[in-house]
Ligand binder design. Structure first.
Ligand code: BES
Ligand code: MN
Ligand code: ZN
Length: 495
């Protein structure tokens, strides 16, 4: 769906459907009042009857009398006037699109920009109208045949300009938001694909296709022989147990001056995690196809940078492998040598994410990064600690951490910082190698980050554990596209 600005007098609007906000207290928004005056006070009557409540997200579709230039009006609740929260506003957007998407309507005109939202400006409102609408319209269809739902025919959403928001400002903000939404959708699509389709080779091909589409992107794919030459013994030890060969994918967006050091984002692209010899319980194991959500988010962010032609240098790195049990798989007690030279005792083969990430992080130094951010569904412990709402954030530089926390708050795609103190380091001590790949049950998210920190000493680094935030379980099982929005905001703030 496209989002464009619209300048019009609300009382003379010609549209198949107008989305109008209603408040839960009796006084209504000026747009709603002006429209209603020109239309026989029908809305006032409906409100009086109690059919429209103004409760955030409550909708009521009105058919206008024959001959009316506005064919339909969708009343949508935004809570109490002056008290509309970000959450209320988002609910209103989502539920209005959920109502509209099954109707025979191609174009809608939304008056939601006229609603004041607590502590949020026009840019925020436009961003969230676009993102929440696109979220409601997202539909996985790749492997559905007879059960595929009909695609919505919604094509255009016009956003009515207000006194304090020009048409140009609306179109600019909507274009930015649409590219973020495209990135989120791409990340979700990749993540929702099953492990037998979305393999490391599939991800590499997807990167190449992205590179063909966008001039600013340079794609490099390393196969196992090349990784072997670089000494990536840790990464390769994970893929040895799988018939699918590993890939190390890099996507370079060169939008800034040559001398500008890039932001490097590194995403775990584990296309299926059975745990290896330390095999996982079978219940819910299907969800381990999402163990490449970090990598998927890197794809989404790179696409966003390229689409918007952002004037900045960003490098995406995705180490990709499967983790399966096999006669040639890692065994508990095995010791491998990483690219950085450190030897690692593999005490649990299910702690494989850090094994592929450590070599990708060492490799990332070659880009002479300004900062490196890795994104990974790394630990179940993070789900226990922070649940599904906050991404875990750790790192070796508080300025960078604060920048990411701020971007997360702006985007509504939030992170929460955990300590990365030296006190945790002895938990990774091994009698037989430089470090062990697990640190026991205490502070599992922190010791995982501690492990990674041994490979990131030469640059400013942050780690995002998205095990809890990257997907939803249950009836609405599927990827969320997080943290594409947070990272996009982080990059936009630096442009
Ligand atoms: N991919 C998992 C982490 C995970 C678990 C993500 C649950 C999402 C939901 C990771 O590879 C893993 O298995 N981690 C182990 C580490 C442990 C063996 C130290 C875990 O969290 O159990
Ligand atoms: Mn694992
Ligand atoms: Zn994993």
């Amino acid at each position: 769906m496209q989002f464009v600005s619209k300048k019009a007098h609300i009382d003379k609007l010609s549209t198949p459907c107008l989305v109008l906000p209603v408040f839960s207290n009796s006084k209504q928004a000026e747009v709603t009042e002006i429209f209603d005056k020109a239309h026989n006070k029908q809305i006032a009557a409906v409100l009086k009857q109690g059919d429209a409540t103004g409760k955030a997200g409550h909708t009521l579709l009105l058919q206008m009398p024959a001959g009316s230039k506005t064919k339909r009006v969708l009343l949508v609740g935004v809570g109490e006037q002056g008290k509309t929260s970000a959450n209320d506003f988002n609910k209103a957007v989502s539920s209005s699109i959920n109502t509209l998407k099954s109707l025979p309507i191609k174009t809608v005109c939304s008056a939601l920009l006229s609603v004041d939202v607590i502590e949020k400006d026009n840019d925020w409102k436009i961003r969230h109208i676009v993102l929440k609408s696109r979220e409601s319209l997202y539909q996985y269809s790749e492997t559905l045949t007879t059960s595929a739902p009909d695609a919505s025919i919604l094509e255009t959403c016009q956003l009515l300009a207000t006194n304090d928001c020009t048409a140009k400002a609306i179109n600019n903000a909507a274009a930015t938001a649409s590219s973020i939404a495209n990135g989120i959708d791409s990340a979700k699509k990749l993540a929702d694909l099953p492990g037998n389709i979305c393999t490391p080779t599939y991800l590499a091909d997807t990167a190449k296709a992205l590179g063909k589409k966008h001039k600013s992107l340079k794609i490099t794919v390393l196969d196992e022989a090349k990784m072997e030459k670089l000494g990536m013994g840790s990464l390769l030890s994970v893929s040895r147990g799988s018939r699918q060969p590993a890939r190390l994918i890099t996507m370079e967006h060169k939008g800034g001056p040559k001398s500008q050091k890039p932001i490097v984002i590194v995403g775990k692209g584990l296309t299926f995690d059975a745990g290896g010899i330390s095999i996982k319980p079978s219940s819910g194991m299907d969800e381990m196809k999402y163990d490449m959500c970090g990598g998927a988010s890197v794809f989404g962010v790179m696409q966003m940078c390229a689409e918007l032609n952002l004037p900045i240098n960003v490098v995406g790195v995705v180490p990709s492998s499967e983790n399966l049990p096999d006669g040639d798989a890692n065994k508990p007690g095995d010791i491998v040598a990483s690219m950085a030279g450190l030897t690692i005792e593999i005490l649990n083969t299910d702690a494989e994410g850090r094994l592929i990430l450590c070599d990708a992080l060492t490799y990332s130094a070659k880009f002479k990064p300004d900062v490196v951010i890795d994104i990974a569904t790394l630990t179940g412990a993070c789900v226990v600690a922070l649940g599904k709402h906050a991404t875990g954030l750790l790192g070796n530089n508080d300025e960078l951490a604060n920048e990411l926390l701020g971007a997360g708050i702006k985007a509504g795609d939030k992170a929460w910082q955990l300590p990365l103190w030296d006190e945790y380091r002895p938990q990774l001590k091994s009698n037989f190698a430089d470090l062990a790949n697990i640190g026991g049950p205490a502070g599992g998210t922190i010791t995982a980050a501690c492990f990674l920190s041994r490979f990131t000493e030469d640059y400013k680094w942050a780690h995002l554990d998205i095990a809890g935030t990257a997907w939803k379980s249950g009836a609405n099982k599927g990827a969320t596209g997080r943290p594409v929005h947070m990272l996009s905001q982080f990059i936009l703030d630096r442009c």
